[in-house]
Design a protein around this ligand. Structure first.
Ligand code: ZN
Ligand code: ZN
Length: 351
């Protein structure tokens, strides 16, 4: 039988993306689901691969399809699939875990020792294409009142939820969020659902600083043009209870340590381009700071869909730009250059 083809967007070199035909994926396991991709969100990590061809030791072998934030409609299911049905719309956890290892058995699927992540070089091709196969365990049904765009946004929002949860009890607490990109904003949205006390948020880009304020931060500052640590210290002389580092920079890790009150917690979700990050360990030690790393979004996609569906969070304003499939190269260029005040660019694969 002749192989069926679909459209896909391939990275073909540094800052190069090409639209080409690809073989259409097929169900392989009885637990697989074939999904008709509707909307894909562009992520900072896709841009890392586009710009530098790698994240740490993950190196792109060209040509390669990236993308891991998406929603779609179920086209076909394997014999053992019970949680989703043909025709249903789904939000997707881009992680595929083994369900066997010590981590999976302990409910830590996100640190599964045999994990495969969508659109991760050397693992599996991503979702910037028309159809894709995922394990049923990674698929979550979406109610009709949630749009395909909102369903795709459930992925980054689920990281915000997981990040916020790792920050511990934050009700009534003083919180810093360093970095007002999509993950910082999703963390903010999740903090608001928990009745956070006061949120101080910073970024380098003036448009993002402004956006963070409209998105609900109590105080915003530009760390390029202001001494944000000194200004926050004036308002909070005792320091902050939790700081979420959402920029992946050395400076923001340093700022986090400085901003925290003794006994505070630094939650690091930003992915740095450099291999090593350091901290002034004496300051961290004297304050007895807890250093918490964040990996992916354990079991948070379903709660993300629920909160979007119920209106508990309103994330639509984050989706500042919309592109069709043919405009994918322009979308990469825009997001890579942080142009036009872009927060989140969404690709409608059907257009
Ligand atoms: Zn992402
Ligand atoms: Zn596992």
């Amino acid at each position: 039988m002749k192989e069926r083809k679909m459209k896909a967007a391939y990275l073909t070199g540094i800052c190069k993306v090409e639209l080409r035909d690809a073989p259409e994926p097929k169900l392989e396991k009885p637990t697989d689901v074939l999904i008709d991709v509707e909307v894909v969100g562009m992520c900072g990590s896709d841009i890392h691969y586009y710009r530098t061809g790698r994240i740490g030791e993950m190196v792109v072998q060209y040509p390669f399809i990236v993308g891991h934030e998406f929603s779609g409609r179920v086209l076909e299911v394997g014999d053992d699939v019970t949680n989703v049905k043909v025709g249903q719309r789904v939000a997707v956890d881009p992680l595929m875990w083994c369900q066997q290892c010590d981590q999976c058995r302990a409910g830590r699927e996100h640190t599964c020792r045999n994990q495969v992540f969508l659109g991760c070089p050397g693992q599996v091709a991503g979702c910037l294409c028309e159809r894709i196969v995922m394990p049923a365990a990674s698929c979550f049904t979406v109610p009709d009142n949630v749009s395909p765009e909102q369903a795709a946004l459930a992925e980054p929002f689920s990281i915000g939820i997981h990040t916020q949860r790792l920050g511990g009890e934050i009700t009534g607490k003083r919180v810093g969020i360093l970095g007002a990109g999509p993950i910082g904003l999703c963390t903010l949205a999740s903090c608001k659902t928990q009745g956070v006390g006061k949120v101080y948020m910073t970024d380098l880009l003036p448009e993002r600083v402004k956006f963070a304020k409209t998105f609900g931060a109590d105080w915003v500052g530009n760390s390029q043009s202001q001494d944000v640590v000194a200004e926050i210290a004036k308002l909070e002389p005792l320091g902050l209870d939790v700081v979420f580092e959402c920029a992946g920079k050395q400076e923001t890790v340093d700022q986090g340590v400085e901003l925290l009150a003794p006994g505070g917690k630094l939650v690091v979700v930003g992915i740095p381009e450099e291999e090593r990050t350091s901290m002034i360990i004496a300051n961290a030690r004297r304050k007895e700071i807890t250093f918490q790393n964040v990996r992916r979004q354990n079991r948070c996609v379903a709660p993300a869909v629920e909160m979007i569906a119920s209106g508990t969070v309103q994330l639509d304003s984050m989706m500042t730009h919309h592109f069709s499939f043919d405009e994918i190269p322009q979308a990469f260029e825009l997001v890579e250059g942080y142009k036009d005040g872009v927060i989140k660019a969404m690709i409608n694969i059907k257009k």
